[in-house]
Design a protein around this ligand. Structure first.
Ligand SMILES: [Zn+2]
Length: 294
């Protein structure tokens, strides 16, 4: 079941080509106005609340939730409307207000700078969207993470750990993880993006594979796995393992799959294309997600 408030209503309206307005005489703040499909409205009397996604027509008085509205707009049934909306459901993970003892020991972090955003762009990602969705930061000066892109790891919406990526492509190691002195759980104890999983997940090697695939994709920080990672994955109904195509990675994928097969449904998947998951195009990602029912 999707959380209606997580639906990106603007993306939905843009995709289906419905005209809307966020300003104007019939539209209040935090509402989007469209032409009401329930009456002979000509000028955006139907308001959709950006947060709750409830709608209400100020002309004919029809009210309801977004599913009812989509049914009417697209002349489809409730199930079809729900399915259509599913792909516009976005979970934006936020830092928890209650910062735990674990995270008190984190190094100082800053907002993303120009170099970090350029790096993300060059890897085919939308920097502003990524920054918000994954709470990306940059390492502060005078820490060992300075100039690096900091990628937080969340579990149950709490930031538990992080990794950092060099964005200049000139400093080794590419990924610098915190040590056990700095954090209680290191990235290898955690599964990146686990909070985004519903029933199925795609297990990848790294955060950038996840960034490409989106919600439901997770990463192990390498091809090796720990028992804590196996135990976290065993709680998921269907686990699809998508590692890079090279033989060593595939061997590890097979091993993980076998171990998980005693605990849950697990499958190794391979892309038709001979490329790493992180190099997939947007349409390849879309097709994969569809195929796996993500
Ligand atoms: Zn109306």
């Amino acid at each position: 079941m999707i959380n209606l408030s997580s639906i990106d209503i603007i993306e939905y309206l843009d995709t289906v080509g419905i005209q809307y307005t966020m300003h104007g005489k019939n539209v209040s703040q935090n509402w989007i106005g469209i032409q009401c499909p329930f009456c002979d409205d000509k000028s955006n009397h139907l308001g959709i609340n950006i947060k709750s996604k409830a709608f209400s027509c100020f002309k004919c008085g029809t009210k309801g939730n977004i599913i009812k509205l989509v049914q009417e707009l697209e002349h489809i049934n409730w199930i079809q409307a729900l399915n259509n909306l599913q792909q516009f459901s976005k979970t934006v993970i936020q830092f928890n207000e209650k910062i735990t003892a674990v995270s008190n020991s984190f190094p100082k972090m800053n907002k993303l700078g120009k170099v970090h955003k350029e790096y993300l762009s060059n890897r085919g990602l939308d920097p502003d969207f990524m920054e918000k969705k994954y709470a990306l930061k940059s390492g502060a000066n005078f820490t060992k993470y300075q100039t690096r892109l900091i990628i937080p790891f969340f579990e149950k919406k709490r930031m538990i750990s992080f990794t950092s990526r060099d964005v200049s492509n000139s400093i080794e190691p590419k990924y610098l993880h915190p040590s056990r002195d700095e954090v209680i759980l290191v990235p290898k104890d955690l599964i990146f993006n686990i909070d985004s999983v519903k029933n199925s997940c795609i297990v990848t090697e790294g955060c950038f594979d996840v960034f490409k695939i989106g919600d439901g994709a997770v990463a192990l920080s390498g091809t090796k796995y720990t028992q804590r990672q196996v135990s976290l994955l065993s709680n998921i109904e269907r686990v699809f393992i998508l590692f890079d195509p090279e033989p060593m990675a595939q061997k590890q994928a097979g091993r993980l799959c076998k171990e998980l097969s005693f605990l849950t449904h697990s499958e190794v998947i391979l892309l038709d294309i001979d490329r790493d998951p992180g190099d997939m195009t947007a349409s390849e990602v879309k097709e994969l997600r569809k195929e796996l029912g993500l």
